[in-house]
Structures are given as structure tokens and as C-alpha cells.
Design a protein around this ligand. Structure first.
Ligand SMILES: C[S@@+](CC[C@H](N)C(=O)[O-])C[C@H]1O[C@@H](n2cnc3c(N)ncnc32)[C@H](O)[C@@H]1O
Length: 298
């Protein structure tokens, strides 16, 4: 089953698997930490039928505007514009807990498809890469002001780029850089004669993770989700899109699930669940998606 919103902006990945592991029941509360364009949320709400017990979070103001439009008729639904770590801290302070928690991490299709957001090396745009348009740090600031050493660390750590040092020194040598095509061209100099995947893919991933502080926010949030926000008997599903994220989720879930009889979590997925061939053909974003799920012990 695949659902799209009215404007076909974003197709939710692993939707039937998400519903399977969340197994929403009528009346249950729902926290969607990456509401996006509401594809997952709409399918979950169809089953809980309790929008007044749902909170949708996103750090992107375009996504927030689309969520407000899409769920305008859902009485009592809460839509919060924030990064999921601050939203989670706030919800903890308010003493809220949820039966169903979903985090479908990373970027949405509009991020990649709108050249002006600067996420994609396939179209020319400003070097922006911010998910939250109100944030001051952009990729342009990073590539034009960070030292070669800092850039190399970012490329190595978040992009697992084997030629991190060389690319960082090429960036420093050719700056100022202002567009995605300029950056992609500079990176390609480090990989002459490449085939298939553009060699700047890893650099773009690394800068995007660094600009949005993605791994640190996820790392800090995981324990708030499992310890504080998930209600006893509640189910949590996390969908990640690269190995660095999946590793953090796996570690956090495994630590809490442990071998003790009184471990707070029980894993619903021993291995990550991935998309089948049909979904991958229909929705290329599903190619790298990995889903992990757990239930909180009562
Ligand atoms: C893959 S999309 C989610 C799509 C959504 N599940 C749907 O069906 O439309 C990821 C969304 O999460 C948001 N996001 C990513 N990291 C975030 C964070 N740390 N805090 C809040 N939102 C975040 C992005 O802005 C994006 O809209």
C-alpha cells in the first residue's frame, strides 16, 4: 500500500511495515517526530481515529505549512515547528506520553527536488542544505569558512569519504563556492574517471548531516523517546537512511532491550526491515530505508 498526499510531494516509505509494527488501535495517542508531508501520519490517524491525541513535529516550515493544510479538519491535532530533540524535551516537561512513536528520519522528496534548498547535486542551487530555514548555519558558510582540517573531519566522519583530506584541500583552494554544481565539480576533481554514482554524493551527505546536526540530535533524543515519551505497552518505529543513523538506533534499542527479564524494551525487529523490490522501483527513496521497531514493557 502506498499513499501520497494531494500534491504527490512525498511518498512515505515502508508504510505497510510501519503500520504493522505500530499496530495502531482506536483511541491511541501518536507522536510523529518527523511529520513531513503527513503520509505516515494520515495512515496512522485513519486507524487511531483520535487526532486530539496526536502531535506532529517537523523542523521545516514548508512541511509544517503542508501538515497544517492537510490536517486542517482533524480536530485537536497538534502541529509543532521544532527540531525533534527540543520538541521531545518540551513534551517530557509537559509530562506527555504516547502509545505510538514514529521517526522517519532524514530528508523529504521536496528537500531533494527543490534546487533552492541546495540538498541535491543533481540540480544547481545555492549551497544551503538547512532543514530548518530559520537556522543561521548553511553549507555555504561551512565550505567557505571552516578550515581544511575541520572539513576533512566532517567528510570522513559523516560521509565515510576515503579522499576526505584531498577534497577538503580542493574546497579550500577553490573557494568561495556558492552553488551545488560548483561543489560537485570540485569534488569530482578528486575522483577523475569515476563511473555510476557521482563522487560528490558522500560529500553532500556529510555536509547535510553536519549542517543539520543530524546524528547528535538523534543520539540525544533516542533515550528521551524510549525512557520518557513511550507509554508502557507503547510501540516505537524508527526509519533511517544511512548506516550511521541505523547504528545509533540499533545500539540504543539493544541496550534497553538487554537480556534482563525487566529490560524496559522488547525488540520487534531483530534485523532491520527493508523495502521490497516493488516499493524500491516505485519509490527510489526506499532503497536505503531501514526500519527498526520496539515495544515498551508494561
Ligand atoms: C523522510 S521525511 C518524513 C516524511 C513523513 N513521514 C511523511 O510521510 O510525509 C523527514 C522529515 O523529517 C524532518 N526532520 C528531519 N530531521 C528532523 C529533526 N531533527 N527534527 C524535526 N524534524 C526533522 C524533515 O524536515 C522532513 O520533513
Amino acid at each position: 500500500m502506498h499513499q501520497q498526499n494531494q500534491n504527490n510531494l512525498h511518498i512515505p516509505v515502508l508504510l505497510s511495515q510501519t503500520l504493522h509494527f505500530l499496530s495502531p488501535r482506536a483511541g491511541e495517542s501518536y507522536l510523529d517526530l518527523t511529520g513531513g508531508y503527513g503520509g505516515h501520519a494520515s495512515a496512522v490517524l485513519e486507524q487511531t481515529k483520535s487526532p486530539e491525541r496526536a502531535v506532529l513535529v517537523d523542523r521545516d516550515s514548508n512541511a509544517i505549512a503542508e501538515l497544517k493544510k492537510r490536517f486542517m479538519k482533524e480536530q485537536g491535532i497538534e502541529i509543532r515547528h521544532a527540531d525533534f530533540y527540543s520538541a521531545s524535551q518540551q513534551l517530557r516537561t509537559e509530562g506527555r506520553t504516547f502509545d505510538l512513536i514514529l521517526a522517519d528520519l532524514g530528508v523529504s522528496s521536496p528537500h531533494l527536488n527543490q534546487a533552492s534548498r541546495g540538498f541535491s547535486l543533481k540540480s544547481d542551487g545555492p549551497l544551503d542544505m538547512r532543514m530548518d530555514q530559520t537556522q543561521s548555519l548553511t553549507a555555504e558558510i561551512m565550505v567557505n569558512t571552516y578550515s581544511a582540517e575541520e572539513l576533512a573531519n566532517i567528510l570522513k566522519r559523516y560521509g565515510e569519504e576515503p579522499k576526505a583530506k584531498l577534497i577538503a584541500s580542493l574546497i579550500v583552494e577553490h573557494r568561495p563556492l556558492t552553488t551545488t554544481y560548483q561543489l560537485a565539480e570540485i569534488v569530482a576533481k578528486a575522483w577523475p574517471g569515476y563511473s555510476k554514482v557521482h563522487p560528490a554524493t558522500r560529500t553532500f551527505q556529510a555536509l547535510r548531516i553536519a549542517v543539520n546536526d543530524e546524528l547528535e540530535l538523534l543520539r540525544k533524543s533516542l533515550s528521551v523517546w524510549t525512557d520518557d515519551l513511550l507509554a508502557p505497552g507503547g510501540r516505537i518505529v524508527i526509519i533511517s537512511f544511512h548506516s550511521l543513523e541505523d547504528r545509533l538506533v540499533k545500539q540504543a534499542f539493544t541496550e534497553k532491550a538487554g537480556d534482563r527479564y525487566d529490560a524496559p524494551l522488547r525488540l520487534l525487529t531483530k534485523k532491520p526491515v527493508v523495502g521490497d523490490d516493488t516499493e524500491i522501483v516505485f519509490n527510489p527513496r526506499a532503497r536505503s530505508a531501514k526500519l527498526r521497531a520496539a515495544v515498551k514493557q508494561k
